[in-house]
Design a protein around this ligand. Structure first.
Ligand code: ATP
Length: 345
């Protein structure tokens, strides 16, 4: 396969396993985000792809060739890590030209390539500027241009946007994705920001405890989470306990759920239902009865919190579909079968 393949990669530091039996295929030209909480092993995995750490087990293949024993500088990678490490004493053009100069590219060709790269990152005319006189976003783009100067096969980025403020970060996410699509370069980004991953990735790889919990498209990860960790980590969700009643039928919070089944052989499971999939209705019918405890009006969305026998459930709606309820009111909560994802506990 052309692209990157990780085959049963593990990494141990002494007796501690940071990455455990990871298998991933990243087809050529795709954008993968590795996402997970702090300490889940995503940076360690990226460092192994970069050749900065050696796997304890497993192999790394790039376009079919085993690169596991190949040192970083011979892997044909572009890297942008959290600390940008632009050279403060060099101007923008000199920073971008640095890898070309080290490679011994002729002066004229360096200039041509730098001009192309400045255009690519929308910083034409900035070549002479000292990097200290750039904004955070501009510095980020210079780091990206420098990493891409030698047209690498693989582009690796570790939390590249985390130092930027929220608005700029969102704009840069779109910019980075568009750039990647234009260049068609295989790209792997480590992030702990799920919105960032959902914005940019073809495939989101969700990790926890050194293991891959799910690797799928953003929409699939959101709609069909593989387990309760993924359901809870991506977006917000209501995780409800589902159990069998005396007749073996599935119930949630005491209500029979005719359209749902417990996994074979299990008396209990979890159901994940997204807040925007819940409907509120009058109490006393087929729905689950509860009491409104809080309403959060965020302008664009309204969150209604409902207490059902001590469990808090949140429903989200747009202002136009705002439920006509107030705090203290009794309501019925409808869980549409098709929106319920049944997961093992
Ligand atoms: P963060 O988002 O906080 O950067 P991460 O998911 O990138 O987290 P890693 O940096 O990959 O996590 O670390 C995974 C685990 O491996 C952590 O528990 C970390 O303490 C441990 N670890 C990483 N590098 C080393 C090392 N050189 N020696 C010992 N343990 C390490």
């Amino acid at each position: 396969m052309s692209g990157l393949v990780l085959k049963d990669i593990s990494k141990r530091f002494g007796s501690f396993t940071a990455v455990s039996h990871v298998d991933i295929s990243v087809p050529h030209g795709t954008f993968v985000c590795m996402l997970g909480p702090s300490g889940c092993g995503k940076t360690t995995l990226l460092r192994m792809i970069a050749g900065l750490d050696e796997p304890s087990e497993g192999a790394i293949l790039l376009d079919g060739a085993d690169i596991t024993p190949i040192p970083t500088h011979k892997r044909n990678l572009g890297m942008v890590f959290q600390s940008l490490a632009l050279f403060p004493h060099l101007n923008v053009a000199e920073n971008i030209a640095y890898p070309l100069r080290i490679r011994g590219v002729a002066k004229e060709d360096q200039k041509k390539r730098v001009d192309e790269l400045l255009q690519m990152i929308h910083l034409q005319g900035y070549g002479e500027r000292p990097v200290s006189k750039l904004s955070g976003g501009q510095r980020q783009r210079v780091a990206i241009a420098r990493a891409l100067a030698l047209s690498p096969k693989l582009f690796l980025l570790d939390e590249p946007l985390s130092a930027l403020d929220a608005k700029l970060r969102e704009a840069m996410q779109v910019e980075l994705r568009q750039l990647q699509q234009r260049l068609g370069i295989t790209t792997i980004v480590v992030t702990h920001d799920q919105r960032e991953a959902m914005t940019m990735a073809d495939t989101v790889v969700v990790m926890n405890g050194g293991e891959i919990r799910q690797a799928a498209s953003p929409v699939d990860i959101y709609r069909n989470p593989a387990d309760t960790f993924v359901a809870d980590f991506i977006g917000s969700t209501n995780l409800l306990e589902m159990s069998a009643d005396s007749a073996g039928r599935a119930t949630i919070l005491g209500k029979p759920m005719a359209g749902l089944k417990l996994p074979t052989g299990l008396a209990k499971a979890s159901v994940s239902i997204r807040p925007e999939d819940l409907h509120l209705t009058a109490p006393g019918g087929d729905a689950i009865d509860g009491t409104v405890t809080f309403i959060r009006d965020l302008g664009g969305t309204i969150e209604t919190f409902i207490d059902v026998s001590g469990q808090s459930i949140v429903a989200v709606s747009t202002p136009r579909a705002r439920p006509e309820v107030s705090v203290g009111q009794k309501v019925g909560v409808v869980l549409p079968d098709e929106a319920c994802v049944v997961l093992k506990r």
